[in-house]
Ligand binder design. Structure first.
Ligand SMILES: [Fe+2]
Length: 223
């Protein structure tokens, strides 16, 4: 809660664009994401650094009127599709920052982020997270069909909790809001040439004892 209190007290020093507010630290933020593929001594250190950087990024972005407007409107100004809303805040060749808003009763199905690495932190609300890796023998497949997923984690995310994904490990995730709305700050960086994205629909209900689950994979171009 200390981080949350600091954010609430933060006063934007000067008015600037979101991109200007990240100038000088953007490379460091991207580096902290790139290191999730084994660049930290342990998981605790990684979570601590990622949490610190995401909170700092949020505070810096509050210098942007556009970002502050979204926060002050409880994110109601975000464009909502039928199921969820998203807004890109800053994007360049290194990566992009955005907000993702999900709503109770309309879960975001399991989906992947091919060729990219990313981190998300809850800003508001709570959500249940499921994260999976595609079993190795399916990783070169670029078609729809039945695949097997290995479970990485399944947990409740509260404000300032972080989650992440690498190109292979935990690259597939899905969310379900446990409050009316849950908003996440997201940073994502390309690592490999990006291939077509897919959605994954488990063929049975996943239980805690299971390590893998079969799912029907559908390339996003067919949805
Ligand atoms: Fe995602």
């Amino acid at each position: 809660m200390l981080a949350q209190a600091e954010i609430m007290e933060f006063k934007a020093p000067v008015e600037m664009t979101a991109s200007e507010s990240l100038r000088g630290v953007w490379d460091d933020f991207i580096n902290s994401v790139s290191f999730i593929d084994g660049g930290y001594r342990n998981k605790e250190e990684m979570i601590s650094v990622l949490n610190h950087n995401m909170v700092l990024m949020h505070k810096l972005l509050l210098s942007s009127g556009m970002y502050r407007g979204l926060v002050n409107s409880s994110f109601s100004k975000m464009m909502r599709t039928k199921y969820w809303g998203s807004r890109t805040i800053h994007e360049d060749k290194l990566g992009k920052v955005g907000l993702l808003s999900i709503y109770q009763g309309t879960p975001v199905p399991l989906h992947d982020h091919p060729g990219t690495r990313g981190v998300l932190m809850v800003l508001d609300g709570e959500a249940e997270l499921e994260r999976y890796s595609l079993i190795e023998k399916y990783q070169d497949s670029q078609s729809s069909g039945l695949v097997e997923l290995e479970s990485c984690e399944r947990r409740q995310l509260k404000p300032f909790d972080v989650t992440w994904f690498e190109e292979t490990e935990g690259n597939i995730h899905g969310f379900e809001a446990k409050t009316d709305q849950c908003v996440l700050l997201k940073i994502q960086m390309p690592v490999q040439p990006v291939s077509s994205r897919s959605w994954y629909f488990p063929t049975c209900t996943f239980s805690e004892e299971q390590e893998t689950v079969y799912a029907r994979r559908i390339m996003s171009r067919y949805l």
